[in-house]
Design a protein around this ligand. Structure first.
Ligand SMILES: NC(=O)c1ccc[n+]([C@@H]2O[C@H](COP(=O)([O-])OP(=O)(O)OC[C@H]3O[C@@H](n4cnc5c(N)ncnc54)[C@H](O)[C@@H]3O)[C@@H](O)[C@H]2O)c1
Ligand SMILES: [Zn+2]
Ligand SMILES: [Zn+2]
Length: 351
C-alpha cells in the first residue's frame, strides 16, 4: 500500500508505494483510510524538533494521527464493529491499567501511546487499529469530517475544562489555527456574548472573520481592547490559549477579569513564567490545561454536537492532497491554509 513513513531520526519523511498491507490481528480492525489530516505535531515530527524527539517514537512508523475510514477487515475478539462501519479514530492509546486510567482520567494515562508515533498511523491506504480507538460516525457525518474530529475534540475538551462557561460570556481565543478556530466556532454556536480571536496570520484572521468573531493581531493592544469591550467587568470571562506561542499567557492573564478562567491548549516549546502573586493569588484566575480528549466524555459530547448540527468542520478544509505530496502538505501548515487533508484514494474522499 501507499504510506508516509518516518524511517529514522532526522529531518523529512519517506513516501513509499509498496508498504506491506496491515493485518487484522486479535482485537484489531483494518480500516481503509478515506482521509487523514495534518497538524502542527506532524510538522514537528517532519522537522525532528526536540519536542518531536521527546515523543519517544517507535521508528520506523507510518505517520498520521488524525484520520477516518471504513472497516474492511475484523480481527478475532472484536466486539461491536463490522465490515462497512465508518469510523473516526481516537489517537491516544491508553493502557487501561494505570491509576489515571482506572479512575476516569485516561487522557492523562501514564503510558500513553499515540497512533502514527508508537504504532502505525493513518497516512496510508490502510491502518490496523485497536478496536478501542474506533468511534462510529453518525450517518450525517462525512468521512472527511470524521478525519477532523480528533482535532475538534481538543477544542471540545477545552470548553468542557472551562465547565462549558462560554454561553453569554466574553470569550477570548489566543491563536487562530484549526484548534482555536474550531473553539471559536463552537463558542459562537453556544452563544458567546463577546468573542475575540487573536491571530498574527492575516489568512487565518480571514477564516476567523467568516465565523462572525472579532479578530485582533497580537500586535494590537489586546488587553486594552478586551477591557474596553467589557467595561466595569474589567476583562473577559474566559480565555483559551491555542497558539503555544511563548508570552501569550501573560497577555491573557491581563485581558481577563478577576476570578476568570484561563485554559491552555497550546504547548509552548519551553517553560513559561507565571506571576502567581498578581494573577493567580490576587486576581483569582483559575488556570487549567488539557491534553487530548477525555475518554470518552469528549467524544460523546463531540458526537452530540455533530449530530445536532452544531459542529460544522467543512469550512476548515482548504487543501486535499494525495499521500505522495506530503512534503508540500507539511509546508502549507505555516502558510495560507486551514486544515490540509491527505486523501489516499484518487479524487475526493468518499463520504
Ligand atoms: N493540549 C493538547 O492536547 C493539544 C492537542 C492538539 C494541539 N495542541 C497544541 O495546540 C496548539 C494549536 O494547535 P493547532 O493545530 O491549531 O496549531 P497551529 O500551529 O496551526 O495554530 C497556532 C496558531 O497560533 C498562531 N500564533 C502564533 N503566534 C501567536 C501569538 N503570539 N498570539 C496568537 N496567535 C499566535 C499561529 O499563527 C497559528 O495560526 C499548538 O500549540 C498545538 O501543539 C495541543
Ligand atoms: Zn494532531
Ligand atoms: Zn494508563
Amino acid at each position: 500500500m501507499k504510506a508516509v513513513i518516518k524511517s529514522a531520526p532526522g529531518r523529512g519523511v519517506d513516501y513509499v508505494a509498496d508498504h506491506p498491507d496491515p493485518k487484522a490481528t486479535d482485537g484489531h480492525v483494518v480500516i481503509q483510510i478515506a482521509a487523514s489530516s495534518l497538524c502542527g505535531t506532524d510538522r514537528e515530527l517532519y522537522e525532528w524538533t526536540p519536542s518531536a524527539q521527546a515523543f519517544g517514537m517507535n521508528l520506523p512508523v507510518v505517520l498520521g494521527h488524525e484520520g477516518a475510514g471504513t472497516v474492511v477487515e475484523v480481527g478475532a475478539g472484536v466486539v461491536g464493529l463490522r465490515v462497512g462501519d465508518r469510523v473516526a479514530l481516537e489517537s491516544h492509546l491508553a493502557c487501561g491499567r494505570c491509576f489515571p486510567c482506572r479512575t476516569g482520567a485516561a487522557h492523562t494515562c501514564e503510558l500513553t501511546g499515540i497512533i502514527g508515533m508508537h504504532i502505525d498511523g493513518v497516512f496510508a491506504e490502510y491502518m490496523a487499529a485497536p478496536q478501542e480507538i474506533c468511534v462510529p460516525l453518525p450517518e450525517s457525518a462525512t468521512l472527511e469530517t470524521g478525519a477532523l474530529l480528533e482535532a475538534a475534540g481538543v477544542a471540545v475538551h477545552a470548553i468542557q475544562r472551562a465547565d462549558y462557561s462560554v454561553a453569554g460570556r466574553a470569550v477570548l481565543v489566543s491563536g487562530g489555527g484549526p484548534v482555536g478556530l474550531i473553539l471559536a466556532h463552537l463558542a459562537r454556536q453556544m452563544g458567546a456574548a463577546h468573542l475575540v480571536v487573536v491571530e498574527p496570520n492575516p489568512y487565518r484572521r480571514g477564516q476567523a472573520d467568516a465565523l462572525d468573531v472579532r479578530t485582533m493581531s497580537p500586535d494590537d493592544d489586546v488587553v486594552q481592547q478586551c477591557r474596553d469591550l467589557t467595561g466595569h467587568r474589567g476583562g473577559f470571562d474566559v480565555a483559551f490559549e491555542c497558539s503555544g506561542a511563548p508570552g501569550t499567557l501573560a497577555t491573557l492573564f491581563e485581558a481577563v477579569r478577576r476570578e476568570a478562567t484561563v485554559v491552555t491548549i497550546g504547548h509552548p516549546g519551553r517553560p513559561t513564567e507565571i506571576d502567581i502573586a498578581a494573577h493567580v493569588n490576587k486576581k483569582g484566575v483559575t488556570l487549567r490545561g488539557i491534553f487530548g480528549r477525555r475518554l470518552w466524555e469528549t467524544w460523546e459530547q463531540t458526537m452530540l454536537l455533530l449530530d445536532g448540527g452544531r459542529l460544522d468542520l467543512d469550512w476548515l478544509i482548504t487543501h486535499r492532497m494525495p499521500l505522495d505530496r506530503v512534503d508540500e502538505a507539511v509546508e502549507l501548515l505555516t502558510g495560507e491554509a486551514g486544515k490540509v487533508l491527505l486523501v489516499p484514494g484518487n479524487g475526493p474522499a468518499p463520504s
